[in-house]
Design a protein around this ligand. Structure first.
Ligand code: ARG
Length: 565
């Protein structure tokens, strides 16, 4: 039930000068529930009705007394405060949870439309760093949130698998490559080769030419170059897939930059035809001075394409192939200029859908010791990090609940969940700090806390003496502890919508924390397995509903909810 709509109907029915939508538009949720569940300020009506706002408020209230959906409707000065009837409210919400179960809160806002997500996108032969982890986790969550709200989500891993660096890497591999090492630790070995190439090139600049030559060969389809490159891709993907398996993240398409290799000529021609390409020191660029940005390079002076050329081509390909309503790109904020530039080029090409492209930037990650960077020698391997989280949780379980079944499975869900939750619980633009103890704590605003609450709810349900039923005496669910939970269940959908509109999974993370806290309060204040059958049934229904919605929320974040912990 939509209470705002009900208020709209009620007021407009009794007050013929006002239509439903005008009323709904005016409604606000007051800062505290003492002021009602909804408030309607009447300032904006004054002009049209030619009366003072407080007079209007008074008249409306006088006209609509007596409606069973509302316990009280009163005016305070220019405001009208609506107090929802708690029994009706509890019944409406809990029955809806009971009927809809795991799709409670979902909607069809995006029906028939594709939402495209470009996320994760690590670079072949380079370490998968925490920036990629953030992109993966945020992208995966947005993918799920949009799907939940009716969009058809499409997930693309835009792997960095093309560019001049691969020429250098091939050259380095041919000179110093060690197949044994490569097999054992592909990315580490390739990274070391790359570093070595640059060191050697300082002494012997001809190496640069050799590297360029190999990239040319690669571009021309030279068999040897192609084979070596493919090997790099394959070995790197093996490492990346270990991480994706741990995170349980899947993509609809693993189309990296190389996928656009044969599609760029057409785009360059189009840019030329539209008179957007200008020559600058031998390179071809799109001038963006008018927009206060440096030029967007399309072709370098040696005729090769760059990152931006591939992004422009990819966007056009995706629009032509999938016809997205929105395309959202997840990278850290250091790439903001790059996205601003190439998205501007799309606009200048005359594509009105340029407005549907969104770069959703996020902050950096650091540890207490400093930034988590992938410099020479200071490579923090992501699967090490995830494995460490799992091991640490395993230790905690051994200590707290050594008899738990499926310990390993649960440790995985909780360890990974902790890392994901840590990442998603703050606004994404904020830089985040990795603090193991805080992240893995079962108290505070953490993943394990929320998962633990969910498991606790399930454990209560397993002790229930009656089956869960929505036919309970709802007048037993009008106390603050109960209503606080039910309000959060009711507003869950709005939170999901806001999370989608702002591309902010943190809204969902906050919301599940709020539900978990409200639940724990309820659990402490209101004994559930009580003798009184009616009371037990009513309270069980709340426990059941809270568990469902916490699980839905965690699912939207890409986090699993173990039954037992
Ligand atoms: N591979 C890039 C990096 O590691 C991220 C790619 C992001 N997506 C894109 N379409 N540009 O920085």
């Amino acid at each position: 039930m939509d209470f705002k709509k009900e208020i709209g109907k009620l007021v407009s029915k009794n007050f013929e000068n006002l239509n439903e939508d005008t009323i709904i538009d005016l409604l606000e949720v007051p800062p505290t529930y003492n002021l009602g569940d909804y408030a309607m300020p009447c300032f904006r009506l004054a002009k049209e009705l030619r009366k003072a706002p407080n007079v209007i408020a008074q008249e409306i209230v006088d006209n609509i007394k007596g409606n069973e959906l509302f316990e009280r409707i009163e005016n305070v000065g220019p405001y009208i405060n609506f107090f929802v009837n708690k029994k009706v409210f509890s019944e409406t919400v809990l029955k809806e949870v009971f009927v809809k179960k795991e799709v409670f809160g979902s909607a069809d806002i995006g029906k028939g439309q594709n939402a495209l997500f470009d996320y994760s996108s690590p670079n072949i032969a380079k370490p998968f760093h925490v920036g990629h982890l953030r992109s993966t986790v945020i992208g995966n969550s947005l993918y799920r949130i949009y799907n939940f709200l009716g969009y058809n989500s499409i997930g693309i891993n835009h792997l960095g698998d093309w560019g001049t660096q691969f020429g250098k890497m091939i050259s380095a591999y041919k000179r110093w490559g060690d197949d044994e090492a490569l097999k054992k630790e592909p990315i580490k070995t390739l990274q070391a080769l790359y570093v070595k190439f640059h060191e050697e090139a300082e002494k012997n600049p001809e190496l640069e030419d050799e590297g360029r030559l190999w990239f040319k060969k690669l571009e021309n389809g030279d068999e040897e170059a192609r084979d070596i490159w493919e090997r790099f891709v394959e070995l790197s993907l093996e490492e990346f897939n270990r991480i994706y398996d741990l995170l349980k993240v899947k993509f609809d398409y693993n189309t990296g930059e190389s996928f656009y290799e044969d599609k760029m000529d057409r785009i360059v021609d189009m840019l030329r035809e539209k008179n957007l390409l200008v020559e600058s020191e031998g390179a071809y660029v799109v001038d963006l001075e008018k927009y206060n940005m440096p030029p967007c390079i399309i072709l370098k002076s040696d005729g090769t394409t760059i990152y931006a050329t591939r992004d422009i081509t990819a966007a056009i390909y995706r629009k032509e192939t999938y016809g997205f309503a929105k395309a959202i790109y997840l990278t850290d904020y250091s790439q903001k200029l790059h996205f601003d530039q190439w998205m501007k080029v799309i606009e200048l090409m005359g594509y009105d859908w340029a407005k549907d492209l969104y770069h959703a930037p996020f902050g950096r990650v650091s540890t207490e010791e400093g930034r988590l960077q992938t410099r020479k020698g200071n490579v923090i391997l992501l699967d090490d990090l995830l494995t460490k989280a799992i091991e640490k949780v395993k230790e905690i379980i051994e200590e707290k609940n050594p008899n738990l079944e499926n310990k390993d499975e649960v440790a995985k869900m909780v360890g990974i969940g902790a890392v994901i939750f840590n990442d998603l619980s703050n606004g994404k633009i904020k830089d985040i700090v990795f603090n193991w103890d805080r992240m893995l704590s079962f108290e505070g605003e953490t993943g394990p806390y929320v998962q633990y609450t969910h498991a606790r709810a399930n454990s209560v349900l397993s002790k229930a003496e009656y089956p869960i039923t929505p036919d309970v005496d709802y007048s037993l669910l009008t106390n603050d502890e109960a209503v606080n939970i039910i309000r959060l269940l009711y507003s869950f959908q709005n939170t999901a919508i806001a999370a989608m509109e702002k591309n902010e999974p943190s809204f969902i993370a906050r919301h599940v924390i709020d539900i978990a806290q409200a639940f724990n309060k309820f659990y402490h204040e209101c004994p559930i397995i009580v003798e009184d059958e009616e009371l037990q049934k009513a309270r069980l229904l709340i426990v059941y509903s809270a568990a469902i919605v916490i699980k839905i929320g965690l699912g939207l974040l890409g986090i699993e909810a173990p039954q037992k912990m």
